[in-house]
Design a protein around this ligand. Structure first.
Ligand code: DSN
Length: 426
């Protein structure tokens, strides 16, 4: 085959875009070169439906080893007993958990998307809101904190089978103990979706969901800094307290039922090349280097929040415990859409985001979400968060001034050359 220069040129352009900008999308990161290189490997050629040691195809003896390594390593990272590393994404990890414990039409209770939740937590446009009956809790208007009283009231009234905690745009920690008390009082399961703060949880910088939540799901590419993908974890609660049955009507351990819910429940052949890359990333999570990184993420986020507050930006809940913050721009008279689009021109990438009780549509929004995992990987420290905020502020305060935007874009590009990204790549 002739080399496809058209596509490889585009890949190179994307590398240059990443090198030249300040990346603040809270769900993005820069995986290590070995994690990236491992994704492009011959294991993509292999069918391996099933699990290590019990596959439906021959020739799986090598991929069995990489998959087992990935499982063993991520279990060590989170000190848990069960790991499924096959979900192709966080959404598919969540789909598997819902398939495992619910019947179509069962009630689920999650954080409202407009308050920071995720599509797969019951949004009406997603399978989770179409196949199941979604109920929601939100955040308190005055504090921006999760409204556990509302969660409890809705749970008591509606008796959902599953309570979902975790968010895509929430900067504070979670009270898993309280959620477990609510779930136990109505006989519900809990799924914690830790896709965003997983890396900080891995290093004990945030509350530990594993002792209280039956199931924990995550993506692998956000703070965990691995390849794009998903995982499902359990530390305890294998005893199947509510007698969930397998398709043949047998009551089985939760670990068995969960494996069945991923394959054959929601997926076919696992992406063994991605699983090899996950194994490498999970090995990196066990390193001291990653521990320092996770701490730096949290310090950088706090330094950034402080810098925004000092410029009179309205951070929902007033600050952050994790790696991100949600900023309500209404006091600056700028929409999220306009802010995102203008900052993009200055090579500063982030996303518009609805803020709690937003009066604008999700396509416009009143806010932006800002996260530091990627810039922290790039090597930026607390003092440089001040510089990042000053550049954002310069653009937003001169939002229709093309000259300023061009000047900032030049400044950003030059500054970021001090933080080389994938220098081994031409
Ligand atoms: N799209 C992810 C995020 O940006 O948070 C969630 O799936």
């Amino acid at each position: 085959m002739q080399k496809d220069t058209q596509v490889f040129n585009l890949i190179h352009q994307e590398l240059e875009r990443q090198r030249n900008g300040i990346e603040l999308i809270a769900s993005e990161n820069f995986a290590s070169l070995q994690v990236i290189q491992a994704m492009g490997n011959v294991m993509t050629n292999k069918y391996a439906e099933g699990y290590p040691g019990r596959r439906y195809y021959g020739g799986c003896e090598i991929v069995d080893q990489t998959e087992q390594l990935a499982i063993d390593r991520i279990k060590k990272v989170f000190n848990c007993e069960y790991a499924n590393v096959q979900p192709h994404s966080g959404a598919q990890a969540n789909a598997s958990v819902l398939l495992c414990v619910l019947k179509p039409g069962d009630k689920i209770l999650g954080l409202d998307l407009s308050m920071g939740g995720h599509l797969t937590h019951g949004s009406p446009v997603n399978f989770s809101g179409k196949l199941y009956q979604p109920l929601f809790y939100g955040v308190k208007k005055e504090s921006g904190l999760v409204d556990y009283d509302q969660m409890e009231a809705v749970a008591n009234k509606e008796k959902p089978k599953l309570i979902i905690c975790g968010a895509s745009a929430y900067s504070r920690d979670w009270d898993y103990k309280r959620i477990r008390a609510i779930a136990d009082s109505i006989g519900a399961f809990i799924m914690a979706d830790i896709a965003h703060p997983a890396g900080l949880i891995a290093k004990n910088l945030l509350n530990d969901p594993f002792d209280h939540c039956h199931f924990v799901t995550s993506t692998t590419h956000k703070t965990l800094r691995g390849p794009r993908g998903g995982i499902i974890l359990m530390r305890r609660d294998f005893e199947n307290p509510f007698g969930i049955k397998d398709p043949k009507g047998n009551t089985r351990m939760m670990s068995h039922l969960m494996d069945m819910a991923v394959f054959p429940g929601t997926q076919g052949g696992p992406l063994e090349h991605i699983i090899a890359s996950k194994a490498i990333a999970f090995g990196e999570l066990l390193s001291d280097e990653y521990t320092l990184y996770a701490k730096q993420v949290q310090s950088n986020a706090q330094a950034m929040a402080k810098a925004f507050v000092s410029r009179d930006y309205n951070i929902i809940s007033g600050g952050t415990d994790n790696h991100l913050m949600l900023i309500d721009l209404r006091n600056k008279n700028i929409t999220g859409k306009k802010a995102q689009e203008t900052l993009d021109k200055a090579h500063i990438t982030l996303n518009k985001n609805a803020v709690p009780f937003d009066d604008k549509s999700p396509f416009v929004t009143s806010g932006i979400r800002v996260g530091v995992p990627a810039v922290t990987t790039r090597g930026l420290k607390e003092s440089q968060m001040e510089t990042v905020v000053s550049l954002i502020d310069k653009v937003l305060m001169n939002i229709d001034d093309e000259k300023t935007i061009t000047a900032v874009s030049k400044e950003v590009k030059e500054w970021m050359q001090q933080f080389p990204l994938y220098p081994e790549l031409a």
